[in-house]
Unconditional design. Structure first.
Length: 343
């Protein structure tokens, strides 16, 4: 055997294909490069990503978020619909950043699989890249790991990490909320990336045809809405006292995180039409209204808490940017144990 040439690749025999990883990098380079701006130093292929802050900030505060998409990945694989799963990953991070007023700067992804299927991974990373462009941030780097024996049956998992920046004086804080403030609920595209362990159980046990299951699965797999550009436009023109990203824990658990502990929220449940997909989940899974509010966003993906005298103008502006929104409640003095009361 000629020295330096490996006739039998021992790593490949263990289930790890280095050449597949190199093939993936070549296929995603263009998509990743499209997300880069003048702040990005270097390009894909280095050991670390570098990002230079603009001079627009006097007292910049870096904000970081990390998340995954949970078992929504399993449903996407089961029904061969991976087109939006990368957007879900980006959204779960950048939508958290914007809650405190931070502009997303860059994003990194981690893709781990039992076996790297290049076309599948390429599709997911393109979805990540497109979502980064839509959110105004750079896809600064990522990692792909092939771990046979840990993940099985061609399964994969995703995790993401995002960094944003906000001027210290402009950080959105819950202490700004006062009694009489109004809640504006902005539409979701479905369950987003939460509650999918329960969703998959309901769907698997449902006594409907395979074609009906596929139709419902595709509705459930609608990618999470990206809110940063919308919120940043609103922050340029209006005073927003607080924001709540409605993720795991639904309206019940997330809204209290965005108000002082001595206050509570009254939600008018008839103020918006709950999308049909949530009605199906409630009926098919025999889930009570209280549990629906505790598990799912029920059609409200983001909530703004604003001054009442500006609420209608803000709502009108959101509508002009093609987002459905609703005045869903008010902030009150807390007189009971519950921080959120549904009327």
């Amino acid at each position: 055997m000629t020295k330096g040439i490996i006739e039998n690749d021992p790593y490949k025999s263990a289930g790890v294909d280095i050449e597949a990883g190199e093939d993936l990098i070549n296929k995603i380079k263009k998509d990743v490069a499209l997300t880069h701006n003048h702040n990005v130093l270097g390009n894909i292929g280095g050991f670390a990503g570098m990002y230079k802050l603009d001079k627009e900030y006097e007292n910049p505060v870096l904000v970081s978020c990390t998340d995954g998409v949970g078992t929504k990945v399993a449903l996407a694989q089961e029904f061969n619909n991976l087109q939006g799963i990368g957007q879900d990953l980006v959204a779960m991070c950048v939508n958290d950043l914007i809650v405190c007023g931070a502009k997303p700067l860059f994003f990194l992804d981690y893709f781990a699989s039992s076996k790297l299927i290049v076309d599948e991974a390429t599709q997911v990373i393109k979805s990540i890249s497109d979502a980064c462009i839509e959110s105004g941030c750079a896809l600064l780097g990522g990692e792909t790991a092939e771990m046979p024996g840990h993940y099985v049956n061609n399964n994969f998992d995703l995790a993401g990490f995002s960094v944003g920046c906000v001027e210290e004086s402009k950080i959105i804080k819950s202490k700004n909320v006062v009694p009489g403030n109004v809640l504006i609920g902005i539409e979701s595209s479905g369950p987003h990336s939460n509650g999918f362990s329960l969703i998959r159980k309901i769907l698997s046990e449902s006594d409907i045809s395979i074609s009906e299951k596929k139709d419902i699965a595709n509705k459930l797999l609608m990618p999470t809405i990206l809110y940063p550009k919308l919120i940043l436009k609103l922050l340029d023109n209006f005073k927003i006292n607080s924001i709540s990203h409605i993720t795991g824990g639904g309206l019940t658990e997330n809204l209290p995180r965005s108000i002082p502990k001595n206050l509570s929220i009254e939600i008018q449940t008839n103020s918006w039409e709950v999308p049909e997909i949530f009605k199906w989940l409630s009926s098919e899974g025999n889930i009570s209204v209280n549990n629906m509010h505790r598990i799912f966003n029920c059609g409200i993906g983001m909530v703004l808490i604003v001054e009442e005298d500006e609420s209608k103008e803000i709502s009108k502006k959101i509508s002009s940017l093609n987002f459905k929104n609703f005045i869903i409640g008010k902030v009150k003095e807390k007189t009971q144990n519950n921080s959120v009361v549904f009327l």
